[in-house]
Design a protein around this ligand. Sequence first.
Ligand code: SF4
Length: 436
Amino acid sequence: MKGKRVAISTLGCKVNQYESAVLAGIFRDRGYHLVEFEEEADIYIINTCTVTHQGDRKSRQLIRRAARTNPGALIAVTGCYAQVSPEKVLAIPGVDLVVGTKDRTKLVELVETAEKGLMPVNAVSNLADDCEFEEMPALPLQERTRAFLKIQDGCNNYCTYCIVPYARGGLRSRRPEKILEIASALVAAGYKEIVLTGIHTGSYGQDLPGDVTLAGLLNKLAGIQGLSRVRLSSIEPNDITLELVEILAGSPVFCRHLHVPLQSGDDLVLQKMGRRYTAWEYTRLVGVLRENIPGLGLTTDVMVGFPGETDECFDNTYRLLKKTSFSRLHVFKYSPRPGTPAAGFTGQVEPAVKEARSRKLIELGGTLAAGFAASLLGQVLEVLVERQYQEETGLYEGLTDNYVRMIFSGCEQLIGSIVKVMAEEVRGTAIKGRIV
Ligand code: SF4
C-alpha cells in the first residue's frame, strides 16, 4: 500500500473538517501520499454531509467527479450522508466502500480490505450501539495558527428538522483528561488558538460519570500555561448558564466570540422546530452576554422556509436579527430531511419564497457584519496572523478574538503569532488596519 496516492474531499461542518484532517494524518503516517482531490489518485475519500439536500447533492457530485478523474481508483465514502443513506451511496457507480460516522480510525484497514474484494462494501455501523466517544489521534500539526479540538460527538436534542442525531448518534463526550492532554500538547507545539468543536458542545459531560460539565472543562483549559486563546465554535442558547458566562467573562483566554444558533425569531416556528426557548428568552440571553462580555462578536444560524413560516413569522425573525446586531449570519434554507418529523409537516414553503427570504437575510447579514466592523474602528485589537492576503501588496490577514477578519501590512515571520492592530477602515465585512 505504501506510496499510494490518497485524495480527500470534505463537505459540511467544522467537525467533519477536523475528522478529515485526522484521517489525512492517519493515511500519511501509514505511508500513503496525499494529493489534491482534483489530481489523479489511487484512493479517493469523500467525507460527506447531509444537513441539507444540498449536502446530499454535493456529496454525490464529488463521488462522481472522483470516479471520472480516475475510473480505476478505489472510492471510499464516509461521513453523515454515508451514515444515513448507505444504499444510495453504494448505488453510485465506482463506489467501493461506505463507512458512516463511526470506525473512521479504522479506515486504512477497511480500505486495504476493500482493495482485495470485488463487491462494494457497506461498513456502516449502527449508532444505537455506540455509547462511547471514538478516540482519535491528536490532529496532525499542519497549520501553524489554530487547532481544532473535538470534545464530543452526537446530539440528543432531536429538533424536528434536524437529521444530525440520526447521522451522528447520541451524545458521547471525550474524557476531560484526554482533552487537557491534547490541549497542552498543542500549546507546546506552538498553537496560539484552540477551537473546541463538537456537534452539541453545550451538552458536554452529561454522559460521563461524576460532575463533568463544559464550564468545568473551560475552567481547566484556562489554567494551561501558555495557551493564548480558546474559542467555542457553537453553543445552543439553552446550554448557556450563568456559571458559563462568568467563566467566559472571567479569563482573557476565552475569545469574545460566541456562535449561538437562533434558527427563527418567531415563537410559533421555534415551537414547531422543537427549540426550547422563545424569541424573548433568546433576546434576554443576548443582553446578559453583552453585559458581561463587552465587545462580544455574536454570530448565529438562521433558517428560512420552515414549514408553516408565514410572511409574518419571517418578519419577526428579520426584526429580531436586525435589533440583535449579530456580527455574522449563517442563513440556511429549510429542506425536508427524510425521516425527520418536520419532513411530514403541512405548510411546506415554496422554493421561490425560501429563496427570496434567504436573499433578504443574507443582505441583512452583510449590513450587520459591516456595522459590527465599523463599531471597532479606532480600537487596537489582537489578531492571530494566518496568512498572506495579497502577494503584491505585502498585506497579511488574521482574525480578532471577536471574529473579525483584519488586513494589514506584515511579513511571513508573523504568521502564527498574535499582533496588535489598530482598526482603521472597514473593507466589506473586514477591517483594514495597521500593526502598532
Ligand atoms: S454533523 Fe451535520 S453539518 Fe456536520 S457534516 Fe454531519 S450533517 Fe453536515
